[in-house]
Write a protein that binds this ligand. Structure first.
Ligand code: IYR
Length: 231
């Protein structure tokens, strides 16, 4: 007899799809090749206005949507903004928040930690870059009958999906910037998203400008011994 809750499908196992076989040597080679690919990812703040086809963003969003999530609830929503008027509104609202942040709201320690990155309240990339992907985290679900349903490990799930999105965009050939105006509730209104969704971050995506630079500080990465322990 089925014990399934209404609306929750029965458990059914299917054979593992897409099983792949690689030798140990092939796996090392593949892992190192991917490391080399990801070493060419740099957070960029200077974007070219060059258009990027919507199809690139769509495929990358589908990659993000493959992320694991608590109870497979997929508690994310991505708003891809390409419309200049909407990007302008986002820039204006973000810069208003950032002005207060850099004027002192952040506190001395935070501001001095940011000094090596050279960031300030000016965010022209929010208009220059062809795409802004606003990532929302679904705090709870609103089910068909307006019932409120729980989501699980929301921060973890949305973080993993966002990481996969950044990786997909990089592998497609685009530069990205994770941007987190603080606070960012204004994004619900501009993007027309409901109250149960919380803005997580803005992922700016496009081609790097010809004269783009990156802070030297950002390229100093911790060695394996510092980031990992093998027991
Ligand atoms: N949101 C601000 C500040 C900022 C905060 C951190 I932590 C960064 O790593 C970078 C920037 C901004 O985008 O400028």
């Amino acid at each position: 007899m089925s014990q399934a809750r209404i609306g929750v499908p029965d458990y059914e196992a299917i054979p593992l799809p897409d099983r792949r076989h690689f030798s140990d040597a092939e796996m090392v080679e593949r892992a190192e090749r991917f490391l080399a690919e990801m070493k060419t990812r740099h957070t960029v703040r200077d974007f070219a206005p060059t258009p990027v086809p919507r199809g690139v963003i769509e495929a990358c969003l589908l990659t993000a949507g493959r992320a694991p999530s608590g109870a497979n609830h997929q508690p994310w929503h991505f708003v891809a903004v390409g419309e200049p008027a909407v990007k302008k509104r986002i820039r204006e609202a973000a810069e208003a928040e950032e002005k207060a942040f850099y004027a002192g709201k952040a506190g001395d320690e935070w501001l001095s930690d940011l000094a090596p990155l050279g960031t300030d309240s000016d965010k022209p990339f929010l208009e220059t870059a062809p795409w802004l992907v606003v990532v929302f985290a679904e705090r709870y679900r609103i089910e068909a009958n307006r019932k409120i349903g729980k989501n699980y490990y929301i921060g973890e799930s949305v973080g993993i999906a966002t990481g996969m999105l950044i990786t997909a965009l990089h592998c497609a050939g685009l530069a990205t910037l994770t941007h987190t105006p603080n606070p960012m509730r204004f994004l619900n209104q501009i993007c027309g998203r409901p109250e149960n969704e919380k803005p997580y971050l803005i992922l700016v995506a496009g081609h790097a400008a010809d004269d783009a630079t990156v802070p030297r500080h950002a390229k100093v990465k911790k060695p394996l011994e510092e980031i990992a322990t093998f027991l």
